[in-house]
Design a protein around this ligand. Sequence first.
Ligand code: ZN
Length: 291
Amino acid sequence: MPEGDTVHKIANALRPPLEAAPLASLWLRDRGDLASFTGAVVEEISALGKHLLIALGPRHVLHVHLGMHGKWFRNRPGEANARADRSAVLRIETEADRFTCARAPVAELLRRADLAAHPVLARLGPDLLAPGFDASRAVVRARRCDARSIADLLLDQRAACGIGNVYKSEVLFAEGIDPWTPPARIDAARLAAVYARARTLMQGNLGGWRRTTVRPVRSGDAWPLGLPRLFVYGRAGEACLRCGARIASRLQGDAARTTYWCPRCQPAGSPASIDVSASSTASPRPHRGAR
Ligand SMILES: [Zn+2]
């Protein structure tokens, strides 16, 4: 599932072949061939949470969000790839490569001047994987969110961006927090620690290996037979790697995303220390809307 770490890895992989290379062609499903971009140069490729931004020339930017099922494919120009072509939404060709983005729910061409007013991009919180990420800034923004639970808050990209459904469950397990705890019951220092933990877990997965939170792996290591790669995500009914209790799962939040947790390591109401001042210092202007 593409989360912030995946999108940063994609940006890292696209940079060498695309940055500074003049485009041979650009095609978008809803716009067709964009002949005016032939010869345009990719100036910068960046990840912002789960969003990929490809700056084209001085005035435009391609914005891609992979959603749950989007994927990138790399081929030579003119080379057939039935899987990529069947559901392509964006195609970028240079003299040496053809990159196809398929099944992404968002692939749009924007003017750079319009980014500051974009309904989603302009409202994103700090990127958890950005250099100099400041967890206290995320906490201030989190206090303005209207999430009912800490799990829903972690998915709210307006507080901090990059966490998806996998890291949501893994971070809360790592921190020993009940996913249903209301955010206002978690004090600022603890909430900052939650975001810092998310950053650390995601940073650990920027290499070429498959995503894991169970232990750091180096490229080339053989994974021990039978050892799960994640502590709780996707492991409903299996034994907790820490305490042996059965991992639970349930749909949560307005978007009904599945949450996985260990009822013994993350007991109801945890963390136990409750900071009542957290709710009284919340901003008077909550922001609402789509995540
Ligand atoms: Zn446990």
